[in-house]
Design a protein around this ligand. Structure first.
Ligand SMILES: [Zn+2]
Length: 263
């Protein structure tokens, strides 16, 4: 690395010697630290980042390259669910939640070769956007969605709503996988029939953060035809950061919002 290089940062700082780290599960480090959380990150005037956390983005635009971290989290989730290069690709998938992360997850499934990827949400504008990205829109709670019970080889939650997570098994096909990807409240609980998990051989998977997936994410972004970059709905100068957060309140058209010092 040299001054002037264009890079993305892997934010996770694992200790390297706890049990999780020794197993290679650096995202589950018992004393995990992170740039932007426990050390200065992208909103600071200056950040000191260890060189091993820097990844060359080549000629990728900054707006697209900034998707590397959320995409890396998605890739960690897909890996936890057994959807990895070389593994059998699910035929059908359903993602709950048409926010930026849910859509990034859905687009990543398409990039992995899943032919039919549906997205469920309560927001019609968000579903219209999902459809424009080539995903099948389904209204949460609708008859159309209910008719697809046990219809998906892979189901993921990107809402963080416990009730939605509870319903995932019902949409998972026999032998399929359900992934808890959204962040539910720590004290939330769900009720699931263990007999159904057993009899229909359902796999339940969880995932947290990213585990050295940034290079893989950058590879995908470099191959992307611009669809993933459409998830960036706003690019604003730094001066608008506080005003934006002060007024921001549930506009469904707001997806990924980026602030830049060079505007
Ligand atoms: Zn550790």
């Amino acid at each position: 690395m040299k001054p002037g290089d264009r890079v993305a940062v892997d934010p996770n700082i694992p200790c390297g010697h706890c049990a999780a780290c020794r197993k290679g599960l650096t995202n589950l480090c018992t004393s995990l630290k992170a740039y932007g959380v426990t050390a200065n990150g992208g909103f600071a005037e200056f950040s000191l980042v260890a060189v091993g956390h820097l990844h060359d983005i080549g000629d990728l635009g900054f707006a697209t390259a900034a998707l590397a971290e959320p995409l890396a989290c998605v890739l960690n989730g897909l890996g936890a669910a057994g959807i990895e290069p070389g593994a059998r690709v699910p035929g059908t998938a359903l993602v709950f939640g048409a926010g930026p992360i849910g859509l990034l997850l859905a687009l990543s499934l398409k990039a992995r070769g899943v032919v039919s990827v549906a997205v469920a949400d309560i927001s019609e504008p968000r579903l219209a956007f999902a459809e424009a990205l080539g995903l099948e829109p389904l209204v949460s709670g609708s008859q159309a969605l209910a008719a697809r019970a046990k219809g998906f080889d892979f189901v993921a939650d990107a809402t963080g709503v416990a009730g939605v997570v509870e319903g995932m098994v019902g949409f998972t096909a026999d032998g399929g996988t359900a992934l808890v990807f959204g962040v539910c409240a720590p004290d939330a609980r769900i009720s699931v029939a263990p007999f159904e998990i057993f009899r229909r051989q359902i796999r339940l998977a969880g995932s947290h953060s990213l585990n050295r997936n940034i290079p893989q994410a950058l590879d995908i972004l470099k191959r992307d035809d611009g669809t993933m970059a459409r998830l960036v709905s706003h690019r604003l100068p730094l001066a608008e950061l506080l005003p934006f957060f002060a007024k921001s309140g549930g506009d469904p058209a707001t997806m990924k919002v980026q602030f830049s010092a060079d505007m």
